[in-house]
Ligand binder design. Structure first.
Ligand code: SF4
Length: 442
């Protein structure tokens, strides 16, 4: 059996797509091995958001060829769509596939002989206008289910629409079929993923023969799926998170009380320069609506620091806005110039040192918010999905409202949903728990 190994960079969407491509290899007689092992083919699924995508990709190719110098190396993903030539010049790469070709990878594998010059099969991103469904399986306790791809927005700092194309999505029928398929594999939690998830169904209006479907329609249908205990919405734009969706989640037994909502800046001036589609008032409205219906709900926030033109006052605006919001944690990104974006030509560039300082300040704020959120729930009973890790004799899991917990490792708990009492904060930032004993014994 020929061997194949995968390495994925970037978002949940990339992990779901790598997993689907891996299943195609296995269905065609390949044995999947760990990336650190000798292999005949190495597939690297890249990301375009990370600043050092090129350096990272070079290192990963090198590490693969250190193990198997004659292996056939394939690079796919967002970086491959944006910079195929650049990747083809990386020593050891044999094949570069763009967004529309990555799922047909097996068609490009012939004799697996290494190439003196990498072959590129890519297209203009406008041609990658069809939806290919995918879901991750086997690598993690929670499964990432892709239901949407691409984006029609044009935030001035973002390359994703250039790498993934226009917004398009699965049909509800097929998404439910995939969820049912996943349910047969002893999976308890599905994380819905996409590029602009809330825009689900956007293309249904473009394709005349398709019934208009919305994100809320999808959520309602998935809520009926048997065998899946939890659905988690990975990330959703604030202007696309409708109050009806929040209300539905607040009453659902399956959609968990956890929203991750990109804000990017707490300054309306900077939001305008970023070409975001809302002002901060809408964002705080969403947070108040969520907290009024689900006080225990976890709210995660994406924020970018150091965007061109961001003065100390603008940054303080963001800091104070976030500090005043009832949110749970932040994902803090430092603005980095990306080719072919509008923001790269913006003036008033913020010095790197300032960007780093602002990033640090928001990470400290995030730690404070998370600690406060966890402390609010100490003494309460929650349900945890335990994962399979065994770190120094302890295993971890997440409650429905995304509190990270830990308990002594027990194989019987792996991939199990258990009721626990949140006891106390542990030094590593997770929460120690008491399992509700009577259930454990049984
Ligand atoms: S919504 Fe904006 S930031 Fe998000 S993928 Fe689309 S263009 Fe990029």
């Amino acid at each position: 059996m020929k061997k194949v190994a995968f390495h994925t960079l970037g978002c949940k969407l990339n992990f779901s797509e790598t997993s689907t491509i891996a299943r195609l290899f296995q269905e065609n007689g390949y044995q999947k091995v760990d990336f650190s092992q000798p292999s005949d083919v190495y597939v690297i699924n890249t990301c375009s958001v990370t600043a050092n995508a090129d350096k990272e990709c070079k290192q990963i190719v090198k590490s693969a060829l250190n193990v198997s110098p004659d292996a056939f190396v394939v690079v796919v993903g967002c970086y491959a769509q944006l910079k195929p030539e650049e990747i083809s010049n990386i020593e050891g790469v044999d094949l570069v596939l763009g967004a529309s070709e990555k799922f047909k990878l097996l068609n490009y594998l012939n004799d697996l002989q290494k190439k003196s010059k990498a072959e590129i099969y890519s297209c203009e991103i406008e041609e990658a206008n069809f939806f290919v469904d995918s879901y991750s399986f086997g690598d993690r306790t929670r499964v990432f289910l892709k239901v949407q791809d691409g984006c029609d927005y044009n935030c001035s700092f973002c390359t994703i629409p250039l790498a993934r194309g226009s917004s398009r999505s699965d049909t509800i029928l097929n998404a439910v079929k995939n969820a049912n398929e996943i349910a047969t594999q002893d999976v308890k939690e599905i994380v819905l993923t996409g590029v602009n998830l809330g825009d689900f169904g956007n293309n249904s209006s473009k394709e005349g023969n398709r019934k208009q479907e919305t994100f809320l329609d999808l959520v309602k249908e998935l809520d009926q799926v048997e065998g899946i205990e939890r659905f988690r919405i990975s990330s959703i734009e604030p202007n696309l998170l409708k109050n009806e969706t929040i209300e539905f989640v607040s009453m659902s037994q399956k959609f968990v009380p956890h929203f991750h909502i990109p804000l990017q800046s707490g300054s309306n001036k900077i939001l305008k320069a970023m070409r975001r589609r809302y002002m901060r008032e809408l964002y705080s409205d969403r947070v108040s609506t969520i907290k009024s219906l689900m006080p225990h709900c976890c709210i995660g926030v994406d924020v970018i620091v150091g965007f061109p033109g961001e003065t100390d006052e603008d940054f303080l605006d963001t800091y104070n806005f976030l500090n005043g919001l009832d949110i749970s944690y932040l994902h803090v990104f430092t603005y980095s110039e990306r080719d072919n974006t509008d923001a790269i030509s913006h003036t008033n560039v913020v010095p790197i040192a300032i960007r780093k300082k602002r990033n640090k300040m928001l990470r400290i704020l995030s730690a404070k918010k998370l600690r406060h959120f966890y402390e609010q729930h100490l003494g309460t009973t929650r349900t945890v999905l335990f994962e399979g890790d065994n770190k120094d004799g302890f295993m971890h899991g997440f409650t429905e409202n995304y509190v990270k917990v830990k308990t002594p490792y027990s194989p019987a708990l792996v991939n199990q949903l258990k009721d626990v009492v949140l006891k106390e904060l542990d030094a590593d930032g997770s929460v120690l728990v008491d399992l509700l004993v009577e259930e454990f014994v049984s």
